[in-house]
Write a new protein. Structure first.
Length: 230
């Protein structure tokens, strides 16, 4: 028997939509308290800030600049870097909160997802591991092996870029490697943000729809004396 007791007040029941089990679980998303939140807005802001960094770097490396122009571009680069870090960490935190709603038993926390970036030595590996966990939980029934590789490439290129930034040198070779690492890290981040954000947005819609779906309740077909009803 199908009952509409779980429908929002005033909402008509759709008899053509497949029901969910009485436990409220269905599909890829567990029915937990609170819905999933769309992470794409902050992800796109982070990508825009990272793109601004890449563009400023390209200008600095290819265009002769006077002292004042160089100082202005450097300041703009710092602002873009700070904004990209803030937006990206907010995006990642929201993604982790979503996967914790998908899998309430997940050991990963939003605090660790952000804090691991600031712990010496741990920051070399942990951010990539967190990203791989987010990918695994977001695409639970849709294996995305290549995204796991992209996560490692993203963080490896970013760490190489960060290391080369600390080398104060005029070496053309180091500058070229640094530029290539920056572009690779940006492209990998672009893929991760778009794919993970899009998938979690789909799961968010599925999670919201479950509240509006009728519940399938199994009723005993026998009468009170144990005999089948007519």
């Amino acid at each position: 028997m199908i009952t509409g007791s779980m429908l929002p007040k005033g909402e008509p029941m759709n008899p053509y939509q497949s029901p969910v089990s009485p436990s409220g679980h269905g599909g890829d998303v567990a029915h937990t308290a609170g819905g999933l939140r769309d992470p794409r807005g902050f992800g796109y802001l982070a990508l825009a800030a990272i793109t601004a960094q890449i563009a400023i770097n390209a200008v600095q490396l290819t265009v002769p600049l006077d002292e004042e122009s160089a100082a202005t571009l450097t300041a703009c680069h710092v602002v873009a870097w700070v904004l990209s870090a803030v937006f990206f960490l907010i995006w990642k935190r929201r993604c982790v909160l979503n996967v914790r709603r998908i899998n309430p038993h997940l050991g990963l926390t939003a605090g660790w997802a952000v804090g691991c970036y600031f712990i010496p030595f741990v920051q070399w590996v942990a951010p990539a591991m967190v990203m791989r966990t987010v990918i695994g939980e977001t695409f639970r029934r849709k294996p995305q092996g290549f995204l796991m590789v992209i996560a490692v490439v993203w963080w490896g290129a970013y760490m190489l870029r960060s290391l080369l930034m600390r080398l104060i040198t005029n070496s053309h070779e180091i500058t070229v490697v640094w530029s290539v690492a920056s572009v690779i890290s940006w492209l990998a981040a672009l893929i991760l943000v778009i794919r993970i954000g899009s998938r979690q947005a789909v799961l968010r819609r599925s999670h919201s729809a479950m509240v509006e779906r009728p519940i399938l309740v199994a009723l005993d077909s026998r009468s009170g004396d144990g005999r089948p009803r007519n």
